[in-house]
Design a binder for this molecule. Sequence first.
Ligand SMILES: Nc1ncnc2c1ncn2[C@@H]1O[C@H](COP(=O)(O)OP(=O)(O)OP(=O)(O)O)[C@@H](O)[C@H]1O
Ligand SMILES: O=c1ccn([C@@H]2O[C@H](COP(=O)(O)O)[C@@H](O)[C@H]2O)c(=O)[nH]1
Ligand SMILES: [Mg+2]
Length: 192
Amino acid sequence: MSNLYKVVFVLGPPGSGKGTQCALIQKNFGLVHLSAGDLLREEQESKSQYGQLIAEHIRNGTIVPVAITCALLENAMKASGDCAGFLIDGFPRNQDNLDGWQKNMADKVDVKFTLYLSCKVDVCVSRCLNRKQGRADDNEESLRKRIHTYNTQTYPIIEYYEKLGLVREVATCRDTDEVYTDIEKIFKEAGF
Ligand SMILES: Nc1ncnc2c1ncn2[C@@H]1O[C@H](COP(=O)(O)OP(=O)(O)OP(=O)(O)O)[C@@H](O)[C@H]1O
Ligand SMILES: O=c1ccn([C@@H]2O[C@H](COP(=O)(O)O)[C@@H](O)[C@H]2O)c(=O)[nH]1
Ligand SMILES: [Mg+2]
């Protein structure tokens, strides 16, 4: 029996439905959903020394240095207790994230695959603008920057995992239930 944490990364453009689908996977498969973006927002709100830096990155759609994000993820994993594994939503988002994760976490985790939620940009933007969760980055200017960061920095990380045969792609420009039906098959096939 391995003591390694089982991990599935969940990546895709802003508004592709990562949080929505992770909630369903968590409920049905017992994996714990850790959204890197949510952990950073909580850290910012906790009056941390990194609060201002995190707020600026979020507003500009740029990526927080990996030391901060990786520590938040590792702490959350340790605090979760026994579970079927972790859904790490919205990370690794660039090469710095990937390098820091490999350096600090590679010997503690078993990365099963990357779930890539693909969706057309106009649908993603419209979903974010209608999300009404009061996010500082759900506005047209921040969204332009987030999509640029996604295309130039995050998509290459998906390509990296693709070359390793570790990407499972699901198109999300469809009803939530239809998307989840495909995702459910993928998790069952992976033995969850
Ligand atoms: N399949 C879908 N059809 C219609 N609306 C959806 C679908 N999936 C998610 N949504 C809605 O789109 C918005 C964005 O979804 P969600 O927050 O899950 O995306 P996300 O990928 O986590 O975004 P971000 O990267 O910005 O955190 C939410 O309001 C959600 O209810
Ligand atoms: O690993 C990460 C994850 C997120 N960020 C920053 O947070 C925002 C919002 O992320 P969501 O996944 O959309 O909630 C993102 O645009 C980044 O600025 C990060 O730096 N590193
Ligand atoms: Mg999200």
